[in-house]
Write a protein that binds this ligand. Structure first.
Ligand SMILES: Nc1ncnc2c1ncn2[C@@H]1O[C@H](COP(=O)(O)OP(=O)(O)OP(=O)(O)O)[C@@H](O)[C@H]1O
Length: 374
């Protein structure tokens, strides 16, 4: 087991900077997940940690030791890829044993480790099979076993579940979570799947164009995103964004005027000294729809019924859609008009640079006639 430290790590491919001054400290035994849009540098960052790419500038430390110039083997790292990359002509046993043999472990150690690894991953009944006689989930477990068997200090995963169908993904995700609990090893995991990130991570690193947008627990990122980018990236369906004019109100927070509606005071410290354009953010579960009494309001253009809940899609004047998450039992219909409300305590506000306003020390929502959006 080992902690990992990145200190101002940069990576260039030619003149293109792909990783931009990334610093972070990953604790011993921590499960950290890298997320971000396609091309943001998640895999590159993982490969830099693994030693499969060289760091252009900056330092990588494992257990407080600089490892920039060490090979993957010398770093004590095991890696699991999206494509399982098993040797097709080798049995499960031989696949798991491969790295150990390469490291010249004696026969008895190899046998003990393979059997122990197979037991943890519930592969003990499959040791003699070839990869082609395994399901996708079983193959991925063999790939994890192969990485685990050498007892690396750190396990890295690059989208390991992408090739599995939905049911197997859930199952294997659970297995990885249990494996982490059992082994207690440091794990770093790349995914573009939100659910994987939220459910597996002790902490999530959100990357954007090669730099770190925010690092935090899943709850911190969901409830207190530091930027509009993180707010829009974490959460499904996405947070709703509405352009507003915001006015700082001394001691009270920040008053927003929502077009063609009323005003609301949000318990957030507004950074600008005077009225300024800003973006209001409200998650779908915090928008409260109610039937319009006078034909005003927004039209429901689609209802998605998901069994346990339903999503209402509402069209704004500018053609943009807002999403409301409601109970499946709600009776809203397509074509109906609704007015919206929200609790200011659950609202987010981002300045023109996309930075989130910090909450005031006290959180209660404040006065004003109840504003509704239409
Ligand atoms: N060997 C390489 N040479 C040049 N550019 C590269 C190389 N490897 C990656 N890149 C570029 O670096 C950027 C980051 O790639 P990377 O694979 O790390 O992104 P990612 O976030 O993992 O994306 P995805 O989710 O699509 O896998 C991309 O713009 C990619 O084109």
């Amino acid at each position: 087991m080992a902690g990992v430290k990145l200190e101002r790590v940069n990576k260039r491919f030619g003149s293109t900077r792909v990783i931009d001054d990334v610093s972070m400290a990953i604790g011993d035994g921590e499960f950290v997940v890298f997320v971000g849009p396609s091309g943001c540098g998640k895999s590159t960052l993982l490969r830099l940690i693994a030693g499969l790419e060289s760091i252009t500038h900056g330092d990588l430390l494992i257990d407080e030791q600089r490892v920039n110039n060490l090979t993957p083997q010398e770093r004590g790292i095991g890696m699991v890829f999206q494509s399982y990359a098993l040797y097709p002509h080798m049995s499960v046993y031989q696949n798991i044993a491969f790295g150990l043999k390469l490291a010249k472990a004696d026969k008895q150690t190899v046998d003990e480790r393979v059997r122990q690894t197979a037991k943890i991953l519930q592969l003990d009944g499959l040791l003699e099979r070839l990869p082609k006689a395994l399901s996708g989930g079983q193959r991925q477990r063999v790939a994890i076993g192969r990485a685990m068997a050498r007892e690396p200090k750190i396990l890295l995963f690059d989208e390991p579940l992408s090739n599995l169908d939905a049911a197997l993904r859930v199952q294997t995700r659970n297995e990885i979570a249990r494996l982490h609990e059992r082994l207690g090893s440091t794990m770093i995991y790349v995914t573009h799947d939100q659910v994987e990130a939220m459910t597996l991570a002790d902490r999530i690193v959100v990357l954007n164009a090669g730099h770190v947008e925010q690092i935090g627990t899943p709850r911190e990122l969901y409830e207190r995103p530091a930027s509009r980018f993180v707010a829009g990236f974490i959460g499904s369906p996405k947070m709703n964004f509405i352009e507003v004019t915001a006015h700082p109100v001394p001691e009270q927070g920040c008053r927003v005027e929502i077009s063609a509606v009323g005003q609301r005071t949000l318990p957030l410290a507004f950074s600008a000294g005077s009225a300024s354009e800003a973006t209001l953010g409200v998650r779908p579960e915090h928008l409260i729809p109610s039937p319009s009494k006078d034909g005003q309001g927004l039209e429901i253009v689609n209802v998605e019924y998901l069994g346990s809940e339903a999503y209402l899609y509402l069209e704004r004047d500018d053609g943009e859609l807002l999403v409301c998450r409601t109970q499946a039992s709600s009776s809203f219909q397509r074509g109906e008009r609704v007015v919206l409300d929200f609790d200011p305590v659950h609202a987010h506000l981002f300045d023109r640079d996309g930075r989130a306003m910090a909450p005031l020390a006290r959180h209660e929502s404040i006065t004003e006639p109840q504003g509704t959006m239409s």
